[in-house]
Design a protein around this ligand. Structure first.
Ligand code: NAP
Ligand code: MG
Length: 480
């Protein structure tokens, strides 16, 4: 077992959480017209704040504000001026990085090490990257005079609240669109802090509107007749419902949905490095990652040895207070998600897979799940087919590269994959045959604003990030 660490909690004194929060419409915070709800800290179950619920009236007001801002200022503003606002937002996120990180960790349950070192810096990087594009769109390959689409409705999940917001808002603004964004019910706080940043940056009112609320608010936003573009990240079930809802309309749509990624390790891979990649692939952010490497495919000859190393490594992970700077595994985001993980892991045992977790004491309060490995998994098992969205790894084996490809592609999803091998030619060969939007070689869960991200099949369509991501917010027609 690992040796003891003294507690190293990050102070929460930097955040100032209002007990009651409004909606952000037309540059101002205003009360919502629905029944407010509460957001909690999933590590302690403490109530953090009361949050406004946007109803139809509020959705109408937000879309109206976004339309007005689009017509009056934003779509007419030269790209170089839009870019200045994006640069300003990026710098303000950096300036208030610690505040964002602490707030994200409190509202979501993820370790402060991750919110501080991953979520917040990459969110700032997205604004920097897209700020650079704002005045160069005519050189991005969408014709000489690419046009913005109008009002974008953006709906995001709870696993990377600020980062998903940045992935959505930065490209929309850079390309001259205005937005109405709905954060997830369990994690609205960093989106509201971002609204303050919009005020601080003097962003023209209505360019960004933030509507807190539940799935019903999301549905109303999708159905609003004056919305031109919908960008959704979330579950496949809701993504499909949105597709049905807008069928026959001229609304543009991108969907970033679930995944069941294969992380494929060949016998010539450096095992210690691969084990780090496997751990990062599935235990990062408690496995609440759409592109998580949840199916480990090990070449048979190295399977036993790799599983042993992996188990040894997992015994050193520290689970507990997400605000502690030494914590590796934080809280599960909600009781609902915890129940889903418990249900799916139980099915793994019932169907005959072998379950293993390191010794670890789970805190008495809050929602927790120990990192878990399943061996003896077959492709028919639910834990090999369904997205668990938790710290649970299913291990399968293969003998030949062809068998690895067949197993990797045997899923309705196609978001990401990992390949571990010394051979460059094998990396390229495998990457061509694995049906996944993102393929990592000898690494996993790496994100860069310049690199497009998105899926195939039931993982959705459209790309976020890079030049491809800009295309989702532009039309190459000479006039729109
Ligand atoms: P979800 O239930 O689909 O929720 C996503 C968002 O949609 C939330 O803001 C949710 O509001 C809202 N929503 C719910 N019902 C809606 C409806 N009928 N119309 C419009 N909006 C609606 O997904 P989740 O459980 O929060 O997130 C987990 C899923 O997201 C996983 O499957 C994961 O793979 C996927 N995900 C994908 C990516 C990617 O980039 N591909 C990234 C992250 C997550 P409420 O919060 O109020 O329910
Ligand atoms: Mg919360």
């Amino acid at each position: 077992m690992s040796f003891q660490y003294a507690p190293a909690p990050e102070s929460t004194s930097i955040v100032n959480i209002k007990s009651s929060n409004g909606l952000f419409i037309n540059g101002e915070f205003t009360p919502g017209h629905g029944t407010p709800f509460k957001t909690i800290n999933p590590a302690t179950e403490e109530v953090l704040a009361e949050i406004a619920q946007a109803n139809q009236e509020d959705v109408d007001a937000a879309v109206r504000a976004a339309r007005r801002a689009y017509d009056k200022s934003w779509s007419k503003m030269p790209g170089r001026d839009r870019g200045k606002y994006l640069f300003r937002i990026a710098r303000l996120i950096q300036e208030r990085a610690r505040e964002f990180a602490v707030l994200e960790t409190m509202d979501n349950g993820k370790p402060i090490r991750e919110s501080r070192d991953v979520d917040v810096p990459i969110a700032a990087a997205h604004f920097f990257y897209h700020a650079g594009w704002a005045d160069k769109l005519e050189f991005a390959g969408f014709g000489s005079n690419p046009q913005s689409l109008g009002v974008a409705a953006q709906i995001i999940p709870w696993n990377f609240p600020l980062l998903m917001l940045a992935w959505k808002i930065a490209p929309a603004l850079a390309t001259g669109n205005t937005v109405v964004l709905k954060p997830a019910e369990t994690t609205p706080l960093t989106a509201l802090l971002f609204a303050e940043i919009c005020q601080q940056a003097d962003l023209p009112p209505g360019v960004v509107n933030i509507l807190t609320g539940d799935g019903e608010t999301g549905r109303m936003l999708v159905e609003h007749p004056d919305v031109n573009k919908i960008a959704f990240t979330g579950s496949t079930a809701v993504g499909q419902a949105i597709q049905r809802q807008i069928a026959g309309s001229s609304k543009r749509l991108t969907l970033e949905l679930g995944g069941k990624a294969a992380n494929i390790v060949f016998d010539d891979a450096p095992i210690d490095q691969a084990v780090e990649g496997i751990v990062n692939g599935i235990y990062f952010n408690q496995g609440h990652v759409c592109c998580a490497g949840s199916r480990l495919l090990l070449q048979e000859s190295i399977a036993e040895q790799t599983i042993e190393s992996l188990k040894r490594r997992l015994q050193t992970l520290r689970l507990g207070d997400p605000l502690d700077k030494n914590t590796d595994i934080g809280a599960i985001n909600s009781r609902e998600q915890l129940n889903r993980i418990i249900d799916l892991t139980q099915s793994g045992e019932d169907e005959g897979a072998q379950r293993w977790s390191p010794d670890c004491v789970l805190p008495a309060k809050g929602f927790w799940f120990a990192p878990t490995v399943f061996t003896n998994v077959t492709q028919a098992h639910r834990i090999a087919r369904e997205e668990i969205f938790g710290p649970v790894l299913s291990v399968l084996t293969f003998r030949t590269p062809d068998e690895a490809i067949e197993k990797a592609n045997n899923t309705p999803y196609g978001l990401s994959a990992g390949i571990w091998t010394e051979k460059g030619s094998r990396i390229l060969g495998m990457a061509n045959k694995v049906r996944a939007g993102v393929v990592w070689a000898n690494t996993f869960n790496r994100f860069d604003p310049a690199s497009p991200f998105g899926g195939y099949k039931e993982s959705g369509f459209g790309r976020e990030g890079g030049i491809q991501g800009l295309g989702a917010y532009l039309t190459s027609e000479e006039s729109s």
